[in-house]
Design a protein around this ligand. Sequence first.
Ligand code: MN
Length: 172
Amino acid sequence: MVGKKVKHRSTRMRFLVQEHHARQLHYDFRLEMSGVLKSWALPKGPSLNPADKRLAVMVDDHPLEYFGFEGIIPAGHYGAGAVVVWDQGEYSLLEGADPAKALESGKMVIELHGMILKGGFTLVKMKGRGENNWLLIKKKDAYSQAKWILPRALTKEKEAGLQERVPPCKVD
Ligand code: MN
């Protein structure tokens, strides 16, 4: 055999969680991959408690320009309501080296390097529950928190500073 197979540490890419005060409050979890933001809507938001299995409904890919979007989506537009960044940072793969391949397999084991979300997480497709239903589950590690309470990003002060903006794409 010619050449040695070298195990590369997977490159870090960006992740983002937006708190979206649409008709129903939810959290949009997005992973940069293959030139887009792969996206899931979490009705209850992420959790640092490994006992929580948070439903993550896969939605349409978003363009990279949507990274960091904050604003109030005007009434009459899809997803009308306030969108604020809840957390952002980088992620890397804990298993495998190709995010697209991991996604395709229906299971991504990732490490998040955010301000709020840190450590290992498993994002796994639910079996027999439709094409788009996944679960986001915290791995037990130094960053897990048994008594996790989801912090709110949108404060009155924050909301007062938001501009009405139509996002660069359809939002979830
Ligand atoms: Mn949304």
